[in-house]
Write a protein of this length. Structure first.
Length: 85
């Protein structure tokens, strides 16, 4: 045993929730960036900003998920002892 008591936050870790939101929004932007007409791309100086922003969001989400997996938050099984009453 490692000597640590408790368990990890898992799905309740805020980093996981944020990563999930970025995956959803990033996937939507990637799809919109792939299917949008060329005329819309020309409005943004020829840069497919939806596609690039979506890819950036997916990379950011991957970084958050990696961070949450490598450094999980430990949740104690029992509350900490309070000071003498």
């Amino acid at each position: 045993m490692s000597g640590r008591s408790g368990h990890t936050a898992g799905a309740f870790d805020i980093r996981t929730v944020i990563a999930l939101l970025f995956v959803i929004y990033g996937a939507v932007l990637v799809v919109v960036g792939v299917v949008q007409p060329h005329a819309e791309i020309e409005k943004s100086a020829g840069v497919n900003i939806n596609l690039w922003a979506g890819i950036g969001m997916l990379v950011f989400a991957a970084a958050f998920i990696t961070w949450a997996r490598l450094r999980p938050i430990a949740v104690p099984d029992q509350p900490a002892e309070t000071a003498e009453q």
